[in-house]
Ligand binder design. Structure first.
Ligand code: FAD
Ligand code: FES
Length: 263
C-alpha cells in the first residue's frame, strides 16, 4: 500500500486588510464570476488559500477561495447561498470592498499525478490548483459534478480555458456522464494510477472522494467549507474535529489531509 508522502505546511500566511475594487461581475450560469483589483497585495495567493471579503450591510465577512490570481487581479467564482453571497453578486462594478488576505493554508504539490474532484464553486480553488500543476508539467485529471447542464459556462470558464480535458458528470446526464464525479475517480484509482486526490465541494462529495483515496492508499486533501467569522483564528467559530483534536479551519486549514478529518 502506498503511504501518503506529502506534508501540509501550516505556516501562518502574511495577511493584511486590503482595500479592493470590484472590477468585473458577470453571471456564469447560476454562479457569478467576480474580479477584484487588489493593488496592495504583496504576498500572492497559493491555490486553496482564501480571502475574507466584506459585503455592504453585513457585519461578518464571507470566506471565498480565488480561482485565479494574475498581477493585481483576483478572480472569484461565487455561488449564491444565503443573503451575504446574494448581496455580493448583486454589487455593481466599481464597488469598493475590504478583504483580509491571503488567509489559510494551501494545497501541497503532489508527488506524481493529481486527481481533482469538485462540484459547484469548488471548481474555483481546484482550477487555480490545476493551473499551477500544469505550469509545473504535472498530469491533472479533473472530475466535475453538476446537477444539470447549468454548470457549462462555469467549466468553460475555469477548466476549458486551461485546455484540460475534464470529465463531467451530472445527476440528469445533461452535462457529461450521468452520475457523480467520484465514479470517474473510482475508475482512475482502480487502474492503479499514482495520483494524489484533491476534492472541494459539498461535504458528501468530499467524504466519498476521501474514502476512495483512503481505500486505495493514496494521499488526499479536502478544503472544508466551514462557517467562518473572523478568518484569522480569533473567534474559534470554525472548529473542525480531527484525529489530532479540535482544529480551526481558518488557520489550520481550510485544507486538511483526508485521514486527519473525523468524517
Ligand atoms: C475557505 C472557504 C472558501 C470558500 N470559497 C468559496 C468560493 O470560492 N465560492 C463560493 O461560492 N463559496 C465559497 N465558500 C462558501 C461561502 O463562504 C458561503 O457560501 C458563504 O459564506 C455563505 O454566506 P451567505 O451570507 O450567503 O449565507 P449565510 O446567510 O451566512 O448562511 C446561511 C446559513 O448557512 C450557514 N453558513 C454560512 N456560511 C457557511 C459555510 N461556509 N458553510 C456552511 N454553512 C455556512 C450560516 O451559519 C447560516 O445558518 C467558501 C467557504 C470557505 C470556508
Ligand atoms: S473564523 Fe474565527 S477562528 Fe476561524
Amino acid at each position: 500500500m502506498t503511504r501518503p508522502s506529502l506534508e501540509l505546511t501550516h505556516e501562518r500566511p502574511r495577511w493584511d486588510d486590503h482595500a479592493v475594487t470590484l472590477v468585473t461581475s458577470e453571471p456564469l450560469g447560476p454562479h457569478q464570476r467576480l474580479v477584484l483589483a487588489m493593488p496592495a497585495l504583496e504576498a500572492r495567493f497559493e491555490p486553496g488559500q482564501f480571502l475574507n471579503l466584506s459585503v455592504p450591510g453585513h457585519l461578518l465577512r464571507r470566506p471565498l477561495a480565488p480561482s485565479r490570481h494574475e498581477g493585481t487581479e483576483v478572480e472569484l467564482i461565487v455561488t449564491p447561498f444565503g443573503p451575504g453571497t446574494r448581496d455580493l453578486i448583486a454589487l455593481p462594478a466599481g464597488t469598493r470592498l475590504q478583504a483580509l488576505a491571503p488567509l489559510g493554508n494551501s494545497f501541497p504539490m503532489p508527488a506524481g499525478e493529481a486527481a481533482l474532484v469538485g462540484a459547484g464553486a469548488g471548481a474555483a480553488p481546484l482550477a487555480f490548483l490545476a493551473e499551477r500543476l500544469l505550469c509545473a508539467g504535472r498530469t491533472v485529471h479533473v472530475f466535475h459534478g453538476a446537477v444539470s447542464s447549468e454548470d457549462r459556462p462555469l467549466v468553460r470558464e475555469v477548466y476549458e480555458r486551461l485546455g484540460i480535458g475534464a470529465h463531467y458528470f451530472s445527476e440528469d446526464g445533461a452535462l457529461g456522464r450521468r452520475g457523480y464525479p467520484t465514479a470517474g475517480l473510482a475508475e482512475l484509482l482502480a487502474g492503479g494510477a499514482d495520483v494524489t486526490v484533491y476534492s472541494v465541494g459539498p461535504l458528501a462529495l468530499m467524504r466519498a472522494a476521501a474514502r476512495l483515496a483512503i481505500e486505495h492508499g493514496r494521499p488526499g486533501y479536502v478544503s472544508l467549507d466551514v462557517h467562518m467569522a473572523c478568518g484569522v483564528g480569533a473567534c474559534l467559530s470554525c472548529a473542525v474535529k480531527t484525529t489530532a483534536g479540535q482544529k480551526h479551519a481558518c488557520v489550520d486549514g481550510p485544507v486538511f489531509e483526508v485521514r486527519e478529518v473525523v468524517w
